[in-house]
Design a protein around this ligand. Structure first.
Ligand code: AMP
Ligand code: ZN
Length: 149
């Protein structure tokens, strides 16, 4: 265990509901989601914020966020879009000081539900939600393979 909860998750020493795991990056469900399928993407190597994040690793984090966002659109969650956000520093309401990218799925006309989600932030059916996102990633990979072939 370390004094950083996201390092503990990256090392497998703390639980998370994982949707994507690569050499450099891990993505898992936020425990207090604003909307269904709210994912956090982290670099496995610790950095506190954008000031200490290696740009190449930042590129890998964004690429994973982009992929996950596209996967959620294709998943049974059927999102119509997403907000990708980095809260950089205490002034920007960063609360966990291990750099992370939020992927917050959005649906057309979800304004009220989204506003409610900001208040309730309740995690529902995490296993089903993560499975749907992983399935969306498989669909996206199949689509990529189709285009390549
Ligand atoms: P912020 O630092 O404001 O960008 O947000 C940190 C996010 O991490 C919040 O949305 C929390 O709900 C989320 N969070 C904190 N601890 C955990 C954890 N152990 N597993 C998953 N998400 C977490
Ligand atoms: Zn860390």
């Amino acid at each position: 265990m370390t004094n950083c909860v996201f390092c503990d998750i990256a090392h497998g020493d703390a639980p998370s509901t994982t949707v994507l795991d690569t050499e450099d990056v891990l993505a898992f469900l936020d425990i207090r989601p604003i909307s269904r399928g709210h994912v956090l993407v982290i670099p496995k190597r610790h950095s506190t914020d954008l000031d200490t994040l290696e740009p190449a690793l930042g590129g890998a984090v964004f690429a994973a966020g982009q992929r996950i966002s596209r996967a959620i659109r294709r998943s049974d969650l059927r999102s119509d879009g997403a907000n990708l956000v980095v809260n950089d520093g205490k002034a920007a309401f960063q609360t966990v000081f291990h750099t992370h990218l939020h992927v917050v799925p959005r649906w057309t006309g979800d304004k009220l539900r989204f506003a409610r989600g900001f208040v309730t932030r309740r995690l529902r059916a995490p296993e089903e939600t993560a499975a749907a996102i992983r399935d969306g990633l498989v669909r996206l990979a199949a689509e990529d393979a189709d285009h390549a072939g």
